[in-house]
Design a protein. Structure first.
Length: 90
């Protein structure tokens, strides 16, 4: 397996995203390894050998469920308290 560090860095720069968002086709690693310039990387992106991964979805549902329970008075026992009573209740 060839090292594609340079190509990944160049692709991230060309695609204007982070290195973790760059996907390189594992079946085309020999062709990708030959790309040593931004121009070559642009060509690989056009051919579909290098692609940007989609953003990871950060769901709010778990947090909303917890806050709904807190509105009902759950999760507020002695074990959950950090400050003094005066600090907690202004």
């Amino acid at each position: 397996m060839v090292s594609l560090k340079l190509q990944k860095r160049l692709a991230a720069s060309v695609l204007k995203c982070g290195k973790r968002k760059v996907w390189m086709d594992p079946n085309e690693s020999s062709e990708i390894s030959g790309a040593n310039s931004r121009q070559n990387v642009r060509k690989l992106i056009k051919d579909g050998f290098i692609v940007t991964r989609p953003n990871v979805i950060h769901s709010k549902s778990r947090h909303q469920r917890l806050m709904a329970a807190k509105a009902k008075g759950r999760h507020t026992g002695f074990g959950k308290r950090k400050g003094t009573a005066n600090a907690r209740m202004p």
